[in-house]
Design a binder for this molecule. Structure first.
Ligand code: 9EZ
Length: 529
C-alpha cells in the first residue's frame, strides 16, 4: 500500500534518457531543466511532486523548504551525498538512490588503478608526452602472486576480488556485515584488520563513509602495513586519511596510491594529486555509459514501483514506510491514526505530550509492528498546525518535540481479535484508548476506564465526554446540543457505570466549542474522522 501520488517530476541534470521515458510511460509528466541556478531551482521546484538528480544538483535545506509539493527526491547513483537527507526527512520527503547501478563500473575503475599502480602506466604516459623514452624509471612489479586486501566486502568489493583473482592475486578482506563463509565462497578470506594490514601488497577500500570508516587507513594502520604498500580509494574521500597518506608516501611506507575520490572535490590542496607516486581521477567511478544508463533506469523504475505501491527499493530515510509495502495494511494504519486522533482530542488542554506507549495485541497485529507506532503518532500530531506528519517523518518529529514513543506487541490467544492500545502522558495526565477493526472499520473499545458496551465506530463527527452516570445525563447533554443546533446520531455508554466515565456520541456536526457542555460534564472533547 502506498498513498503517495507522483504526477510531475523535475529532472534537474543530465540523467540517461531512459529515466524520462520510463516515468512518462507510467503516466508521470516529466520536465528536464539543466544548469539551473539555486534561485531558479527554488522557484521551479514548487510545482513538482518528484525530483531526480545526479551529483551536480545540491539539494540543500533551502531548496527542500521551498518545495511545497515534493514527496520524493531520487538520486541516479550510489549514495546521497548531495542531498540534505535530514531536511528532507523532517518534511516527510522520501530520499532514494540506486545503490547497485554503479558497482561494476566502480569495480572496473578500481582494477584499472591497481594495474596502473603496478606498472606506472599513467606516469609513463606523461613522460612519453614530454618526449622522453625512460625505460629504467618505470620498472614495475607483477600482480601475480601478490596479496590484495579488500576492506569492505559489499557488491563492489566482491567484483574487485573476483576480477583480481584472475590476475593471480590472493584476496583477503574484512567486512563487519558480510559473513566470512559468504566471502569465502567468492574467494576472499576474512580476518580482522590487525591481521590484514601486515599481509597486503595492495589495499583497496569499498566501505560507505561513516564515523567508523573515516580514516580507516591512518598513520597507525599505515604503520602496520608492509613497507611500500600500494593503496586505492574509489569509494569515498576520507576513508584513507589524506594527510596520513601524504606522510606515508613521503616516507616510502606507502609505495603508491590510486585515488578517484577526495575529502574536498575538486581538491583545493593539490599535494596528493601532484605526488609522483599518486595516480588520480576526478571521481570517475560511475562515469560510464552503462552505469549512467542503469542508474537512470533504476531510479525511474524504483519511483514507479513506489507509486504503484509494489515495493520500496533504494529509499534511505523511509524505514517505516517500507514496512507497509509487503502487506495490505491500509486499515491497520487507519486504526492507529484513529486511536491517536481520539487521544489527541481528549487532551483538550493541549498539554505537551511526554510519552506515548503503544501496545498491540493479537496475532493479526504482529505484522503491524513496523508502522503502528508511527500511525498512532500521525493521528496524535495530525491536527497540530504545520507539522504535516507522515510515515516518513512522524517518528523524527516526535523525537524532535521530546515525545518518547514505545511500542510492544503481546501475542494473544485470540487469533481473530487484534487490539491497538495507546496511552499518552501529558503533564502528568494520562489517557488510554484501545481500538480494533470490525469489518475493516476502526472501532473504539475503551477510553480510559470506560469499556464501551458496543464498540464505537471511529467515523464521522464524534463527541466524547466524561461524567458520572445519572438519569438526566443524556437528556441534559442532548438538550444542550439541540440548543447548539447539533443532532445526536448515536450514543455509546460504558458497560460499568461507577465513577466518572467517558461516553461517546455521534453527532451531525461538531460544536463550535465543546466547552459548551462543561457545566454538564467533567471533560468534553470532539473530533471528526
Ligand atoms: C566498516 C565497514 C567495512 C563497513 C561496511 C559497511 C556499515 N558498514 N561498515 C569497517 N556496510 C570495513 C571496515
Amino acid at each position: 500500500m502506498a498513498p503517495i501520488s507522483i504526477k510531475t517530476v523535475l529532472i534537474s541534470e543530465s540523467v540517461d534518457p531512459r529515466c524520462k521515458a520510463l516515468l512518462e510511460a507510467n503516466g508521470i509528466r516529466v520536465t528536464e531543466k539543466q544548469n539551473m541556478k539555486k534561485d531558479e531551482l527554488m522557484a521551479e521546484i514548487k510545482d513538482y511532486d518528484g525530483l531526480v538528480v545526479r551529483s551536480a544538483t545540491k539539494v540543500t535545506a533551502d531548496i527542500i523548504d521551498a518545495a511545497s509539493n515534493l514527496k520524493i527526491i531520487g538520486r541516479a547513483g550510489t549514495g546521497v551525498d548531495n542531498v540534505d537527507v535530514d531536511a528532507a526527512t523532517k518534511k516527510g520527503i522520501i530520499v532514494m538512490n540506486t545503490p547497485s547501478g554503479n558497482s561494476i563500473s566502480a569495480a572496473e575503475l578500481t582494477c584499472a588503478l591497481l594495474m596502473s599502480l603496478s606498472r606506472n602506466v599513467p606516469q609513463a604516459v606523461i613522460s612519453m608526452r614530454e618526449g622522453k623514452w625512460d625505460r629504467k624509471k618505470f620498472m614495475g612489479a607483477e600482480l601475480y602472486g601478490k596479496v590484495l586486501g579488500i576492506v569492505g566486502l559489499g557488491r563492489i568489493g566482491k567484483e574487485v576480488a573476483t576480477r583480481m583473482q584472475s590476475f593471480g592475486m590472493r584476496t583477503i578482506g574484512y567486512d563487519p556485515i558480510t559473513p566470512p563463509e559468504v566471502s569465502a565462497s567468492w574467494g576472499v578470506e576474512q580476518m580482522d584488520l590487525e591481521r590484514l594490514w601486515p599481509q597486503c601488497d595492495y589495499i583497496t577500500v569499498h566501505t560507505p563513509l561513516l564515523p567508523s570508516t573515516v580514516g580507516l587507513l591512518n598513520d597507525e594502520s599505515f604503520a602496520k602495513c608492509k613497507k611500500g604498500v600500494k593503496v586505492v580509494n574509489c569509494a569515498r574521500g576520507g576513508i584513507i586519511d589524506e594527510a596520513a597518506l601524504l606522510r606515508a608516501l613521503e616516507s616510502g611506507q606507502c609505495g603508491g596510491a590510486g585515488l578517484d575520490v577526495f575529502v574536498e572535490e575538486p581538491p583545493q590542496d593539490r599535494s596528493l594529486v601532484n605526488h609522483p607516486n599518486v595516480i588520480s581521477c576526478p571521481h570517475l567511478g560511475a562515469s560510464t555509459k552503462e552505469a549512467q544508463a542503469r542508474c537512470g533506469e533504476d531510479i525511474a523504475l524504483q519511483m514507479v514501483d513506489m507509486v504503484k505501491g509494489k515495493k520500496l527499493i533504494g529509499a534511505v530515510n523511509a524505514q517505516v514506510l517500507a514496512s507497509t509495502f509487503s502487506q495490505d495494511c491500509h486499515q491497520m494504519i487507519k486504526l492507529g491514526e484513529a486511536v491517536g486522533a481520539v487521544l489527541h482530542s481528549c487532551n483538550t488542554l493541549k498539554k505537551p505530550i511526554s510519552q506515548v506507549q503503544i501496545t498491540t495485541q493479537g496475532d493479526c497485529m504482529k505484522s503491524s509492528s513496523g508502522y503502528m507506532a508511527a500511525s498512532v503518532m500521525i493521528g496524535l500530531l495530525n491536527h497540530e498546525s504545520g507539522l504535516g506528519p507522515n510515515l516518513v517523518n512522524v517518528l523524527s518529529l516526535a523525537e524532535a518535540s521530546g515525545v518518547a514513543v514505545t511500542h510492544t506487541h503481546c501475542p494473544s490467544g485470540d487469533p481473530a481479535g487484534g487490539v491497538c492500545r495507546a496511552q499518552i502522558t501529558a503533564s502528568g495526565c494520562s489517557y488510554i484508548a484501545s481500538g480494533s477493526l470490525q469489518g475493516g472499520v476502526p472501532v473504539l473499545l475503551e477510553l480510559c476506564d470506560s469499556v464501551f458496551r458496543q464498540p464505537v465506530p471511529l467515523a464521522g463527527n464524534l463527541l466524547f465526554f466524561k461524567a458520572s452516570a445519572n438519569p438526566q445525563l443524556l437528556s441534559s447533554v442532548a438538550g444542550r446540543l439541540a440548543t447548539e443546533g447539533v443532532e445526536i446520531e448515536s450514543y455509546s455508554a460504558p458497560g460499568d457505570r461507577s465513577g466518572d466515565l467517558w461516553y461517546c456520541v455521534g453527532v451531525s456536526s461538531l460544536l463550535r466549542d465543546p466547552g459548551a457542555l462543561l457545566p454538564l460534564v467533567k471533560e468534553a472533547a470532539q473530533l471528526s474522522i
